[in-house]
Structure formats: structure tokens, C-alpha cells
Design a protein around this ligand. Sequence first.
Ligand SMILES: [Zn+2]
Length: 345
Amino acid sequence: MKTNPLRTTVVGSYPFPAWLEHAAEHLTDFGRDDIAELQRDAAMIAIQDQMTAGLDVITDGEQTRFDFNLSFYGYIEGIAREDAGARRYGPPAHDQRGKHQIVGELRAPRGLGVVEEYKRLVALAPAGPSLKASVPGPYTLSGRLIPNADYPTRYALTEALLPIVRAELEALVAAGCAELTVDEPSMSCYAYKEDTDRFVDIFNRTVAPVVGKTRLSTHLCFGNFKGRAVGPRQYAPMFPAFYAMTVDEMHLEMASREFAELETITSLAEHYDVAVGIVDVKSYYIETADDIARRVRACLRYAPADRLVFAPDCGLSQTARWAAKQKLVNMVAGVRNVKRDLGLA
Ligand SMILES: [Zn+2]
């Protein structure tokens, strides 16, 4: 389904501008129209930074998910909000995020908000790049909910969320979304100890109605909340099971792992396009265009150009904006240099 070799893309999120973080902490000061303006302005900045870099695919940077009520859990009925983590001090990590109680049936009668995000992106983005929407998969989405008598396990929660996510994907495709990521980083983080065939079955049932109707991808990383990983950073436990995921593109975290297991992209590329993370979102070393070109050429030793896509390792939301911006500029410049050398540009 891919039309251009050595495509450049992003995982989805982008750092919030400082004023947006400040505004998000004082939302009660704003009226409904003010908030809508904040959302458009924030999305516009993320779009602009990505356009400046010259990416083939852009997103809205997930700039409008700045408040609980605007995040996925805020759209789901039956959840009692809990922001405070069990650990409140010390080095930042995932265990400082709250886990939410379930107080009723899990339903999302208004959807998950991604269709509105996508429509805003379409309205704001200039012509040129492909526009991508991203939705977390049900297994990842279940991670911050506490099982109860009605939903006794994480898998029971996943099954309850699956039709909600599926409906959002169908609505996105109906809205014209031609490029869609279903993020399931919890599957990559826990593949080493869970049933990987069960993960694939969950994933494929979630995306079934949109397969073939959009360019579908997934992102498998090892965690990046506050720039920290949570899983053993190895792809080996996921395969061969994950070859059966019904996607057009599989995104992998490679740069922060110094390209360990890069040879695995050979067999992955027999099943789908491979989006290789060639920018380390956790490091403040800014990769130069030459670094990027070297990494692209290393990938070309293992997979053909028409199967390769390049991206940062993960969403950029945990990387300071000045660094995120420059990393994207250099990434696109490095990939373009290789394309020129190969006569592909
Ligand atoms: Zn990630």
C-alpha cells in the first residue's frame, strides 16, 4: 500500500508548548470557545513543526489530549478518576500515575474523541503530507484501570474496551482517515511473560473492520513515560506470533537500543512495511543528518527500500520541544540524502 520508498513518519505525540501546559493547569479560567481556540492553536504549532521538518506523514501531535476530560478515559463512562499515583515523590516514572477505579459499565457513547481530532487536523493541515490518527489499542488502554467483580482481570477489561476502540476506528475510516495507528506498547512491554498469540488475536479482532480500508500500523515500544522504559527491551519474545498481526506497517524502537536485533527487520519486511525508529527520543544527543543517513543505510542491508519507513523511536511528547524539533529536521534531511544517493528522490 506504500507509495514511496524510505518514507518518513512519526509515532504520534509531540511535546506541548509551555503555554499549553500552563493553560491546562488553569482550564477553569477559560470558556468553551477559549479552549477550542487553545486546541486549534496547539495543533497548528505541532503541524507547523512537522511541516518544517518535511515529513511525509504528520499527526496533530496529540496536542488536544491535555486534560483528563479530553483524554480517552474522560470519554469512557464507568470510571472514577484517580490522578494521584501510589508513589508521589522521587524519580519520575510510570508508577506515579494514578490507576482508575471502575464504578459502572464501561461505555463510550460519544466515542473516544479521535474523530474530532482527525477532523481538526484535516481542517488545519496544508496539502501535501499524509495525515495520521492514532488510537491506543484496548490492551494498552486497560492498563490504568483496576479490575473489579464485573471485570475481574486485565483481559476482561480489554474485552470490554475492544468494541469501543473498534467503533472509533470504524468512525475514523468513515471520516476519511487514510492512515491509522493502533498503539499497543503494552503488548510489546509484556510479550516476554504473556501469551503472544492471545495478544495477536486481540489486536486482529480490534482492527478487523478497517483492514484494507486505511493504511493501518501499530507501534511496539518498551515504554516512554517520563522517558523511562518498563519492559525488557527485546523483540525476540514477540515473534513469530506477531508476524500474524494484520497491519500494513509495524513500528519498532531501535535507536535507543543501539539497533540491537536490527537483523529481525528482514523477516518482518516479508509480512509488512517496517517503520524503524532511528531517532532516540530519550536522548538529548541530537542525531545529525549524517548519523541518520548511516542508520538508514544500515537498515537497507536488511530490508528493501520500498518496505522501509523511518520515524523516531516513540512519540515525542516526553522530549523537550527544541530537541524534538531539531531531531525531526535532521531525520528527514538524513533520509533525503540517502534517497538522493540511491536515485529515489
Ligand atoms: Zn512508544
